[in-house]
Ligand binder design. Structure first.
Ligand SMILES: Nc1ncnc2c1ncn2[C@@H]1O[C@H](COP(=O)(O)OP(=O)(O)OP(=O)(O)O)[C@@H](O)[C@H]1O
Length: 269
């Protein structure tokens, strides 16, 4: 199945909250190629989640155009997978049954869908946990289950909103590698929201750097290291140079200053 292509042209989003108006996004133009892994990177409140929601058809732009495969987005796309910051697993369902949640809702469970769920779980190292319940899993394992659930239907587009924010650094490293492998093997278009410079550089083919509110695209940075990425890539000069390049962009925007230069390995960035 062909991955999805995304085009946003001159997108502005305003919210009206208690008589005041918040301009969350202003004149955002971007393009995501089919099968690309693109990160939206920026400080808190710059409109990353808003942009993701517009692309997913969960909200409408105030002005401008959001297109998927050349057609204006008007509703939530059926071939869309979404992964949020916190896993939304059902505690009373096993790992396998959580991955198969949508299938059960649609009453379309079959040996094929079960097989697909088991294969995805095996790909992220959870083959020994298919019959476990969420309370028996670590945070990272739960997040992996959420990713498998989002990928079950071979989505042509995967939207991820800071999916690893609640995880410890080591789990985050491992799950980032898992995601990089899954992305390379499925070829799905992925739009990934993060405020971590090293995470964006590690995972992405391209990064859209966003400025503080109102959110605008401040820069577009290509990351041409081969996919899938392995942890040792973080020791490469190319990785460190890219982290420095993006850090400098944030410094020039006044987002980072004095002594906060990215090392490429600091999760607090
Ligand atoms: N439903 C809403 N009503 C009013 N204002 C909103 C709404 N949703 C978002 N905003 C405002 O729009 C701006 C952008 O919010 P958004 O959540 O997109 O930022 P973000 O970059 O994802 O932030 P974070 O990294 O903290 O999650 C913020 O100022 C926020 O307060």
């Amino acid at each position: 199945m062909k991955p999805i292509e995304i085009t946003c042209e001159h997108v502005t989003k305003r919210y009206r909250a208690r008589k005041t108006e918040v301009v969350a996004l202003e004149d955002v133009t971007l393009h995501v190629q089919p099968g690309e892994f693109v990160s939206l990177l920026g400080p808190s409140g710059c409109g990353k989640t808003t942009l993701l929601r517009l692309i997913g058809g969960l909200e409408a732009a105030t002005r401008g155009s959001v297109q998927i495969d050349g057609a204006e987005v008007s509703d939530s796309h059926p071939e869309l997978g979404i992964v949020f910051q916190t896993d939304l697993l059902m505690p009373w369902r096993t790992v396998l049954d959580n991955v198969l949640l949508q299938v059960d809702v649609r009453k379309t469970r079959s040996p094929q869908t079960e097989q697909r769920a088991r294969e995805l779980l095996a790909q992220v190292g959870l083959d020994g946990f298919v019959d476990s319940y969420p309370n028996e899993l670590s945070g990272g394992m739960k997040q992996r289950v959420g990713i498998c659930r989002a990928l079950l239907h071979h989505p042509r587009l995967l939207l991820m909103d800071e999916p690893f924010a609640a995880l410890d650094a080591m789990t985050r490293d491992q799950i980032s590698m898992d995601l990089s492998e899954l992305a390379a093997s499925t070829g799905t278009t992925i739009v990934f929201v993060t405020h971590s410079i090293p995470e964006a550089v590690f995972l992405s083919d391209r990064i859209y750097v966003m400025s503080p509110r109102p959110g605008r695209i401040a820069a577009e940075v290509e990351v041409s290291m081969p996919q899938p990425r392995q942890l040792h890539h973080r020791l490469d000069a190319a990785f460190t140079a890219k982290v420095a390049e993006v850090t400098e962009i944030f410094e020039s925007l006044g987002v980072l200053s004095g002594g906060q230069r990215g090392t490429g390995n600091d999760e607090s960035e």
